[in-house]
Design a protein around this ligand. Sequence first.
Ligand code: ADP
Ligand code: ASP
Ligand code: MG
Length: 412
Amino acid sequence: MPVLVMKFGGTSVATLDRIRRAAKRVGVEVAKGYDVIVIVSAMSGKTNELVGWVNETSPMYDAREYDAVVSSGENVTAGLMALTLQEMDVPARSWQGWQVPVKTTSAHSSARIEDIPPANIMTKFGEGMRVAVVAGFQGVSPEGRITTLGRGGSDTTAVAFAAAFDAERCDIYTDVDGVYTTDPRVSAKARKLDKIAFEEMLELASLGAKVLQTRSVELAMRYKVKLRVLSSFEEQSDEAGTLVCAEEEIMESNVVSGIAFSRDEAKMTLVSVADRPGIAAAIFTALSEGGVNVDMIVQNISEEGRTDMTWSCPVDQIKRAEAAIDAAKKSGELNFDDLIADTDVAKVSVVGIGMRSHTGVAAKMFQVLSNEGVNIKVITTSEIKISVLIDRKYMELAVQALHDAFELDKAA
Ligand code: ADP
Ligand code: ASP
Ligand code: MG
């Protein structure tokens, strides 16, 4: 029988009632003849609560125990979903990651899926089970420890199962009815897209649109998974939601197709470092070895052989960055006057594959921000995106103004 993957996010399984509603959706697909793999998140708020408990117990926690704790929310919803389906006379059972097994790397709290052998679940399908309910977000390391895939990781579990089981489709049920031109919670004018190209979705996700975890889009692109985002709260047709697909499947699109933003940014500046070959290497090697994910980088014009180096990184990595730079100073690799951290910044990005063939997007973006009196602190670009770092208090304003200026409320 054809296999379908259906993933339900936190808000879609937040109460027993909602689990019943989701189970009914699963029942509809079973009745159509699919064997279904259901991937569930923890009830909304649960993972945050578990993370909070870990931090309170042990601020410098052992990442293996962090994973043991924070993966547990999904175990509860997987069992409850299987019970709900059984109550509806749908043959179902739950699976935790290690039982499948979902084999991952041992990078605790941000592990990558390496392999999902389908044999165990396929055997059960062969014996008449119709639904395998799998706890999302978790796997097992080569050492036999429980791992998690990073926040939002159930999306990745879902796509990885779709690839491993050659599923007909991977449906991501969430609390919005598809992928929008920007987060509908920030702009009332955000427009739902019927289709979005993998590459655009990849950029939007990595630039902060949390509707899909970045890694899930990468996997869908690599394994050509038919990926759809849709609402678990509305009646659905086969055309509902947003299809994430190959560029060739989209006839018309705007030059800019979406705007993403991220609040969790910080800007750090190393004041007055020597401007000589090897200095950037020394700074960014220290940061990388300290586990800091550097995003944007700018180097100022040099004066009298000294320069300032600025970068952005996630705001919760500032302490690590300071420690890494401090260590490099103590070891004599770096010499500078000061290290300044600005934590009140946000990143706003415009994304669109149309930028490959259209000029003027950057000019227009900067003009719009200037008209709103928003100062740009750092800029980065790639072939299909332009990102700026601005004061956080202007983030919503910038998103809305850019959405208007690029007329994203209107279809191409
Ligand atoms: P789930 O718990 O189902 O995984 P998430 O909260 O992780 O749901 O992701 C859905 C949320 O993503 C939406 O509620 C919305 O606020 C946010 N979001 C951000 N950018 C977008 C976008 N471009 N389109 C749709 N939703 C977006
Ligand atoms: N429950 C996990 C989280 O909140 C994984 C997920 O929902 O995708 O990050
Ligand atoms: Mg999510």
